[in-house]
Write a protein that binds this ligand. Structure first.
Ligand code: PEP
Ligand code: MN
Length: 338
């Protein structure tokens, strides 16, 4: 059940509804929008009297939401969610947010060079993995906490927030001490324990689509995070696995406008892991923005040949800068700024 409060509803009126729901043993999840507050009820909502709730002061209307995901649904919250990072970065508003940097943190020099270059070209967030989800156990697994320290140092020196992946609940307290945004990788999209714990902490979460996940499953994964108390979820389309082998993943770009219909959450696109090679990335980045994405996350490395992970798909800083210049008119054409 979703209870939509009036614009004019007072704090006391909202509070009284929250208390009434709790008294029935259900969990109210208030979503505070800039326009109005919406309260989602978690649990067996049949024990609530819809008419009684609708008659309470400050209530605009009460509705039953049909999709299995409720808090992430645009039916529940019409206005788009804008996730704020530090004071000056937003994801989901009018401004396109570009996140860029190496696949993995290898050393301070590479991360520093990448951060300087991507920031100068207009990226708003630095990316880099300290804990890497590698397919094989003998591949470079990341520097762990040492990598987080490098990211933090560079982030402070260059004054740019950073996103990094968290692989499991064990590492979560550590990674969330450092990172501005916690990334859930494709391989972990349905790690429900991790999603629940991410819901209980304060950092925004970048939730990548699993490589064989349906859109409904992806939204339900986001619902796990929101249902546990964290409203700051950013979705990321990174391509799905199909019969095609010429490209790394099939970039399912219809998900962008579809997610915008189904959900109020921001969505960005990762063209790097879909493309698997640099030449396809600029066209797919422009296509992502044209399709309505709120941003992209892209791999950039100062020396791709020396990268320990995904060097074959990393853009050089020069190509990244040219790509950013090409993206600006596309952003403008769809009413966004960059
Ligand atoms: C990554 O962003 O480095 C990564 C491993 O991506 P994905 O989880 O989408 O494969
Ligand atoms: Mn990578």
């Amino acid at each position: 059940m979703i209870i939509v409060m009036r614009k004019s509803a007072t704090k006391e009126q909202t509070q009284s509804i929250l208390q009434e729901i709790e008294a029935k043993g259900l969990k109210p999840m208030p979503l505070y929008g800039t326009e109005r507050t919406v309260i989602a009820v978690i649990g067996d909502e049949r024990i609530l009297d819809k008419q009684h709730i609708a008659s309470k002061g400050g209530v605009s209307n009460v509705m039953l939401v049909l999709p299995p995901y409720k808090l992430v649904s645009r039916e529940t919250k019409h206005e788009s969610t804008v996730v704020k990072i530090r004071d000056n970065v937003t994801i989901g508003g009018k401004e396109i947010c570009v996140m860029a940097g190496p696949c993995a943190v290898e050393n301070y020099e590479f991360v520093s060079a990448a951060a300087k270059a991507v920031k100068a070209a207009g990226a708003k967030i630095l990316r880099g993995g300290a804990f890497k989800p590698r397919t094989g156990p003998y591949s470079f697994q990341g520097l762990g906490e040492e990598g987080l320290k490098i990211l933090k140092r560079v982030s402070e020196e260059e004054d740019i927030p950073f996103v990094t992946e968290v692989l499991n609940t064990r590492d979560l307290p550590l990674v969330s001490e450092y990172a501005d945004i916690l990334q859930v990788g494709a391989r972990n999209m349905q790690n429900f324990n991790l999603l629940e714990e991410l819901g209980k902490q304060k950092r925004p979460v970048l939730l990548k689509r699993g490589m064989s996940a349906k859109i409904k499953e992806w939204l339900l994964a986001a619902e796990y995070i929101m249902a546990n108390g964290n409203p700051n979820v950013i979705l990321c389309e990174r391509g799905i696995r199909t019969f095609e082998t010429e490209i790394r993943s099939t970039l399912a770009l219809q998900s962008v406008p579809l997610i915008k219909e189904l959900s109020h959450l921001p969505i960005i696109v990762d063209p790097s892991h879909a493309a698997g090679k640099p030449s396809l990335i600029p066209p797919m980045s422009k296509a992502s923005i044209a399709a309505g994405a709120d941003g992209i996350i892209v791999e950039v490395h100062p020396k791709p040949d020396e990268a320990l992970c995904d060097g074959q798909q990393a853009l050089t800083p020069e190509i990244f800068k040219d790509m950013m210049d090409e993206m600006r008119p596309v952003a403008k054409a769809v009413g966004k700024t960059m």
